[in-house]
Structures are given as structure tokens and as C-alpha cells.
Design a protein around this ligand. Structure first.
Ligand code: 0A1
Ligand code: ZN
Length: 850
């Protein structure tokens, strides 16, 4: 296939594979550069198959030999795999291939990380291990023999024997190849155990490199809590004798749910008070839960094809969010998730990369592990649950597991279960899966003679390939407050189904203040003419904590927008409201920390763009600085007391309550640093015995350009810890002033510890660069150029991570003509690079086509 005409795959073209795979036996003879993989696979032709072609995927494989029923055959090697003539009755396929794990820098298939062998097969990495029908609807049992001199050699399922130089594994649960895993190396385990609700003992292990044993206890507890929670809430029990987790340093994503052998990016499992922040602890707990929950939603019930990815990912994200809400604080989790959704999914949904949660075409599936598939996919399930109610939701889920266990399913199967369990027609609801774009919901109100009317108008802007959209079902949670702050109508879910629709509330003594889209009941953009006075009222009185935060967030945005557009001073009423809240010790510290956290500068840029203005990143930065400085001055007299009151003394514990307090303390420290020149931050840095406080102090100092000494000390202390060093790289760039950001990042790419082959390190530097809004978008264009230079270099090694990082450019059409032409030049330069990967080519083409 020529480079300019990459192959596109379409949902509508789905055809089942023409053969059943009855069993798979694999033997690995491990050596770093010339590993041999021997496969013995039992195929049975399906009598009624429409397509009888025997095609096996294969990439970067050297075929040594192939046999059918013991007879040597010569398959036809073609682009992406092989074809072969096969018998019309069941037969045994045997192949021997050679692969090079040490040369595999793409980190897909079998590769080496720190002298350890490991695999990553989702989505289409198994085809780099051996010839196979590498598609999720082909499920089989796997028996694996590993030969090598590594002390620990693991695969999926239960152990089936081991001796000097070999180990065997058998996984009794039929699975698609993307869930295959193998790990071998010099590893040590942190053991644990769990007794399931039906009394089965499960052995648990977290495997790490020697030296990391001390960082596993938290992950092990998170795993046990997840196992218990899934039994209690969904009735789902674990189904093998053993559950292994392995930490690897070089990994493209967060973690992977391979059956019985989860593989984790070490940043998503290793935790200790000295090296991990509160945010790290919370994330680790959530990711361990996420991967564990996949055992049912993903593994026992998998996806028919990769277009259905949100079937497993949306549901599993939804489940892990429920888990975190239960383990910690429900409103805080919801607010955090909405902040993430707006920061990551909204720009995607409102730009050139917009796609539905179930895309209908792709060139490279790795480019569709997106915020839309994951986070919007989870939002869609949240809406479904709200529409059918909790009881019906769990009834439908029970039916889903009964009906589809062991199958590879579609979104249609999923929705049918809800229809059958509830009697509800979900035809219109299904549009959420096929339409891209964030709906805008315009709200207007009317009050006369005791009757209050809310009118909603929905519309969704055009997205690539979808100029027009039909109205969707939008669950709109609404409550009404009286002017004295009492709730006069408790939360009610209004179901929007039409382009324009009104709802009335009778018998109201006075015009109420509406609290709309409570708990962020749908992933939409609400447009409503309102006043800052009303927002301040809701910030003080709303009984829905999400909307209380939302009111503060809206105030923060409005004041920033006015500062940018009109050179206005920070809104005095808002500053007063913030001051009141921050001093109110009856309020949850985590909530106060969230209200005190400013909206991101990128969010302000998007808001300005939506309102028809061209955002100026430097002006947005200046407004943010002025606002924070003014707030610090307003709070000046109370800051030392607040700082002292929120300082958590004693032994560090990552629990939600202390973490919330530390989050507030960190916000206060950053304000204080603006007034005291960094004295308090320097004291905190010197005294800190945990990473949360050390990091918060260093961040405050670097932001004030007073952190040189501490930054050096931090380096000296942590230079041998890769994960902590990622923080050191990222923080310097995140805290740099706009005119110094690109130069800071560039200098760090020259540092001896910068390693392009390690995705965590690459993301630390370039994620921080792209995340420093005013720095990345500095008018010099240096940020754009630096990122493009490095994407071009990385593409040769690791296309997947390169392609994902291209998304930094997705918002380019927001900005002025000068910046647009600078970005276009860089995107065109990347697109024109000789030998560019399919992954990156697809991304830059889509972004440029905007
Ligand atoms: N399924 C994993 C995420 C994952 C996806 C793709 C990967 O490589 C392309 C790796 C991991 C999850 O949802 O956690
Ligand atoms: Zn997942």
C-alpha cells in the first residue's frame, strides 16, 4: 500500500473470521535479539462462513517454518500477514517465527524494558509475536511454555508446571489475543491473598524490579479493595487461582488488563509516601481498580471489533469512577472528572479530531484510545443509569453478564440488554454512540403567576464528516432554590428529546433560582444568560455540591474573560465569595481546594474562542497572574493562620481526608509564596517528609523563580528514581514563565537523564510543554518547533506515543493567523517526513484537515 493512500477500516465492513480457534499452544525460546516463537493452533472451518480465506495477521516476523497437520506448507506472505490453502476439515497449524524483542522500541508485541521481557498486545500487538487471527472476536484457550534463563517467567492464567529453564501456564478462559501476556526477568514479588465471596483462595502478587519491593503495599490494598467492591456492588467474583500485576518502566499507556497478568506502567502502581504525591496515590488506586474490573467488563465479555472499544472502556471507566466515589468523596470525584472531561475530551470533541464514542472508521486503532472513547463513553453510561434509575441499571447489568459471558459483543448487544431489562426504547439514546460533538443546550426561563418555565434548545456544531446532528436524549437534572436559599424543588431529571422543549413547575411563591445540570448529568455545554450575583448565590447556597463548585468555576471564568477582554480588575464580589469560602472551616477542605483552583488557561482560551474572540495566550496568562496576586493580597492577613490550620502533622497517610487537607494547604502555600518571597515554601521544602509536601513547596518556589537551590537538592536526592525524576523534568517546564518555557524544555532534552525511548520521560517533558499554555503558544513559535522536532525524532522509535502527543496541536484553529501559520508549518513538516508512521500520519492529516 502506497504511503499516501493508507488503508481505512470501516465498521460497516465487519465480517466474522471463517474459522474457530479451538486451542492455542505457544512456546517461547527467549533471547533478547532472536527469540523463537513456536505456535500450534487448532483451527476448525465454520461451515456457514461467508469468507473462507485463511488469513493470519503478522508484522515484523521472520517465518522459519509452517506446517499444516505436520506437513510443511509454503504460505503466501502478504502485506500485514499471510494466506494459505487449508483443509476443509479441522486442522493443526504450526509455525515457527523469529522476533527481536531488544530491537522493539515501539513497545508493542514482545519487547524489553530494563532487561525484562514483557508484552503489550492491545490493540494489534499480538501479530508482532506470531501469525494469528489478531482480532478480538476470535477467542481461544491458551497454553504457554516459556524457555529461558530468567528467574521469573509468567503468562496468563494458572501455573501448569515449571522446572530449570522453563515454565508453563494454562489459561482456561477463552480470550482474544490482545489479552495475551508474557513477562520474564529478574523480579521480586509483594504477595497477598484474597478469599472470594464463594470461599475460593486467590493468590495475589505485585512483581517489581529488586529495590522496588517497598512501593507495593498500597497497590496490593487497592487490589483487594477492588476485588471486594466488585463482589459487593456488581456481584462479580474473580475466576482464576492467581492474579499477577507486573510493573514495567517502559510502557506506552497506563496499564493493561491481560487476563490474570496485568501489566502496569510503573508510574501507575509503585507508591510510597516519600516518592508519590496524594494525586499519584489516588490515580494508582483508580487504575488498579480499572484493570481489575476489566476482568469482567472487557475480558469475560469482550468487544466484537475495535469500533466497539467503548463497550469495555466506557463501562470500565464508569465502574472505576463509582469505586473511587465510594472509597473517597463522591462530589469531589465528580468535580475532578468534569475538570478532566473539559480539559481533555471537550477540545477533542470540538476540534479536528472529533469522533463518536463508537467511531465508524479508522486507519490506526491505537489513535482511538481517546478521551472520547474512555471518558465520554463513561458519561454515556452515567446518562443511561440516570435515565433508567439505579435499580434498573443493576438489573440490566446482571442480564448483560448472564447473557453475554464468554462473548465478543457490540453496542447493540449492550443497549438491547437495557431495553429488555427495562422495556425502554433506546433508539434515540443510541445517537450518543454515533454522533460526535458536544451538544450546546441553551436555557431560557419565564415566571408568571406562580408558574416557572424552563425552555431548553439543543444543537450540536458540525464535526468532521457529520455536518448535521439529530436531537439527542439529554437527562437534565434540575433543582430549584428560593431566593432565601431553601430548596423548593428537589432534583428532578428532565428528559430532553427534542430540539426545543419546555418544562413547567407550578405553585411557586416567587421566582426561583434554578440549579441546572446538577451533578453534570450530561456531557453538554450549558448556555444561559445569568448574572454574577446569581452565580455567587449558587456558590453559597446550592444544595448540589457539583453545581456549587460549578457556580464558582463560572465566576472564575467570567472574571478572567472580563480581565482579558476589557482589562477589567478581578471581580470584587467573586474575591469576597472566595475569601468567605476559604475561611469556612465547615466546608470540606478538598472542596475548598477545588474552588480555589483556577480554571485552566486553555479553558479560558476555548471559552473566548466559543464566544467569537481570538484568544491571546499571553493576555490570558497575565490575567491569571493578576488574579492570583490580587487574591493573595486580599487574603494576606489570614493566609498564615490558614496555612497553619491546614498543615497535616504526623505520620503521612494517603487517605482522602488528609489528602484534601493537603490540597488546600498547597493552594494556600502557593498564594503565600506570592507575598513572602518563598520563605514558607523553603521551610516546608526543608521539613517535608513526604512527596506531596516536597512537591508543592518546589512548585511554589519554581513558579516564583526562587527554587534553584531546592531544584538542585531535589535532583541530588532523587536522581536514581526514574518516577521522581519525571516529576523534576515536568515541574520545571510547567512552572516556567511563558518566554522561558521552550528554552527550559529544550535544555532538559539535553540533560543526561533525558531518554527519548522512555515514554514517561518523553511525556514528562513534552506533556508539560504542551500543558504550559502561554509557554507552548508563545508568539516566537519555539514551543511548536521544539515539539515538532522531537515528534519527528520519536516517530522512528515509537509511533504510538508520537501520534498521541500530536494532539497538542489539535486546538490550533482557536488562535490568531500568525500562530496558525506557525503551527501549520510544523504540522506540514511532520506530515512530509520521509517514512512517517501510519499512526502519526493519520493524526497530523486529521489535524491539518480542520
Ligand atoms: N486497555 C487498557 C489501555 C491500553 C490500551 C492500549 C494499549 O496499547 C495500545 C495499552 C493499554 C486500559 O484501558 O487500561
Ligand atoms: Zn480500560
Amino acid at each position: 500500500m502506497a504511503k499516501d493512500t493508507p488503508q481505512t477500516f470501516y465498521l460497516k465492513d465487519y465480517t466474522p473470521f471463517g474459522f474457530d480457534v479451538e486451542s492455542v499452544h505457544l512456546t517461547f525460546r527467549l533471547t533478547p535479539e532472536t527469540t523463537r516463537v513456536l505456535s500450534k493452533i487448532r483451527f476448525a472451518p465454520k461451515p456457514d462462513a461467508a469468507d473462507k480465506t485463511f488469513f493470519l495477521h503478522g508484522e515484523d516476523l521472520q517465518l522459519i517454518s509452517a506446517k499444516i497437520d505436520g506437513e510443511t506448507v509454503t504460505p503466501e506472505l502478504i502485506e500485514g500477514g499471510l494466506k494459505c490453502d487449508v483443509p476443509s476439515a479441522p486442522f493443526t497449524w504450526e509455525a515457527e517465527v523469529e522476533i527481536n524483542p531488544a530491537g522493539n522500541t515501539a513497545l508493542e508485541g514482545l519487547y524489553m524494558s530494563n532487561r525484562m521481557y514483557c508484552t503489550q498486545c492491545e490493540a494489534e500487538g499480538f501479530r508482532k509475536i506470531t501469525y494469528y487471527p489478531d482480532r478480538p472476536d476470535v477467542m481461544s484457550t491458551f497454553t504457554v511454555r516459556i524457555e529461558g534463563d530468567e528467574p521469573v517467567m509468567l503468562s496468563n492464567g494458572n501455573p501448569a508446571g515449571a522446572g530449570e529453564g522453563w515454565a508453563e501456564w494454562h489459561d482456561p478462559w477463552p480470550k482474544p489475543a490482545y489479552l495475551f501476556a508474557l513477562v520474564a526477568g529478574d523480579l521480586v514479588n509483594h504477595p497477598g491473598s484474597f478469599t472470594t465471596k464463594s470461599g475460593k483462595e486467590v493468590e495475589l502478587n505485585i512483581w517489581v524490579r529488586p529495590g522496588d519491593e517497598g512501593k507495593c503495599a498500597f497497590g496490593m490494598e487497592a487490589l483487594k479493595k477492588s476485588m471486594k467492591w466488585d463482589e459487593d456492588v456488581y456481584g462479580l467474583e474473580y475466576d482464576l487461582e492467581l492474579f499477577n500485576i507486573v510493573a514495567v518502566d517502559d510502557f506506552n499507556m497506563g496499564a493493561m488488563e491481560n487476563k490474570g497478568l496485568n501489566i502496569f506502567n510503573s508510574s501507575c502502581v509503585l507508591a510510597s509516601p516519600e516518592t508519590s504525591t496524594d494525586a499519584n496515590f489516588e490515580r494508582i488506586e483508580a487504575i488498579i481498580a480499572h484493570e481489575y474490573f476489566h476482568n469482567w467488563t472487557g475480558n469475560r465479555i469482550t468487544c466484537r471489533d475495535w469500533f466497539q472499544l467503548c463497550l469495555k472502556e466506557g463501562l470500565t471507566v464508569f465502574r472505576d469512577a463509582q469505586f473511587t466515589a465510594d472509597m473517597r468523596s463522591e462530589p469531589v470525584k465528580r468535580i475532578d472528572d468534569v475538570i478532566t472531561l473539559r480539559a481533555r475530551q471537550f477540545p477533542e470533541d470540538n476540534g479536528p479530531l472529533a469522533h463518536p464514542p463508537r467511531p465508524e472508521q479508522f486507519q490506526e486503532i491505537n489513535n482511538f484510545y481517546t478521551a472520547t472513547v474512555y471518558e465520554k463513553g463513561a458519561e454515556v453510561i452515567g446518562m443511561l443509569k440516570r435515565l433508567v434509575g439505579d435499580e434498573n441499571y443493576y438489573k440490566a447489568l446482571k442480564l448483560y453478564f448472564e447473557r453475554h459471558d464468554g462473548q465478543a459483543c457490540t453496542i447493540e448487544d449492550w443497549l438491547k440488554v437495557f431495553e429488555d431489562a427495562t422495556g425502554r426504547d433506546l433508539q434515540q439514546f443510541k445517537l450518543w454512540y454515533s454522533q460526535a460533538g458536544t451538544p450546546r443546550v441553551k436555557v431560557s426561563e419565564d415566571y408568571a403567576g406562580g408558574t416557572y418555565t424552563l425552555t431548553f434548545e439543543q444543537s450540536t456544531p458540525p464535526t468532521p464528516g457529520q455536518p448535521d446532528k439529530a436531537p439527542r436524549v439529554i437527562p437534565m437534572a434540575v433543582g430549584l432554590l428560593s431566593p432565601n436559599g431553601d430548596e423548593v424543588r428537589a432534583t428532578e431529571v428532565l428528559e430532553l428529546t427534542e430540539a426545543k422543549q419546555s418544562f413547567t413547575f407550578e405553585g411557586l411563591a416567587s421566582k426561583p433560582v434554578p440549579s441546572i445540570l446538577r451533578e453534570f448529568s450530561a456531557p453538554v455545554i450549558l448556555e444561559r444568560e445569568t448574572t454574577n450575583a446569581e452565580r455567587a448565590f449558587l456558590l453559597a447556597h446550592d444544595t448540589d455540591p457539583f453545581n456549587r463548585w460549578e457556580a464558582g468555576n463560572a465566576l472564575a471564568k467570567e472574571t478572567r474573560v472580563a480581565m482579558v477582554l476589557d482589562g477589567a480588575a478581578p471581580d470584587a464580589a467573586y474575591l469576597d465569595a472566595l475569601e468567605k469560602l476559604v475561611r469556612d472551616d465547615d466546608q470540606d477542605p478538598a472542596f475548598r481546594a477545588l474552588v480555589l483552583s483556577p480554571p485552566s488557561q486553555s479553558d479560558i482560551a476555548q471559552t473566548l474562542h466559543e464566544r467569537g474572540y481570538t484568544p491571546d495566550p499571553q493576555k490570558i496568562y497575565d490575567a491569571a497572574e493578576t488574579f492570583t496576586q490580587t487574591l493573595a493580597q486580599q487574603l494576606e492577613t489570614s493566609l498564615p493562620r490558614l496555612y497553619a490550620a491546614t498543615t497535616v502533622e504526623g505520620l503521612y497517610s494517603p487517605d482522602a481526608e488528609s489528602a484534601g487537607k493537603r490540597a488546600l494547604n498547597g493552594r494556600i502555600l502557593s498564594l503565600l509564596t506570592r507575598l513572602d518571597g518563598g520563605d514558607q515554601a523553603a521551610r516546608q521544602y526543608a521539613a517535608a517528609d513526604n512527596m506531596t509536601q516536597q512537591y508543592a513547596a518546589l512548585a511554589a518556589l519554581l513558579k516564583a523563580e526562587k527554587g534553584e537551590v531546592q531544584s538542585r537538592a531535589f535532583f541530588d536526592q532523587w536522581q536514581d528514581d526514574r518516577l521522581v525524576m519525571d516529576k523534576w523534568f515536568a515541574l520545571q517546564i510547567a512552572c516556567a514563565a511563558p518566554e522561558k518555557t521552550a528554552a527550559t524544555a529544550k535544555a532538559l532534552t539535553q540533560h543526561a537523564l533525558f531518554d527519548m525511548k522512555n515514554p514517561n520521560r518523553f511525556r514528562a517533558v513534552f506533556g508539560a510543554l504542551a500543558g504550559n499554555h502561554a509557554g507552548f503558544h508563545h508568539a516566537s513559535g519555539e514551543g511548536y518547533q521544539l515539539l515538532a522536532d522531537n515528534l519527528i525524532a520519536l516517530d522512528k522509535l515509537n509511533p504510538q506515543t508520537t501520534a498521541r502527543m500530536c494532539a497538542a496541536f489539535q486546538t490550533w484553529k482557536r488562535y490568531d493567523a500568525g500562530r496558525q501559520s506557525l503551527i501549520r508549518a510544523q504540522l506540514s513538516r511532520i506530515a512530509g517526513t520521509e517514512g512517517l508512521s501510519r499512526d502519526t500520519n493519520e493524526m497530523v492529516t486529521r489535524i491539518l484537515d480542520a
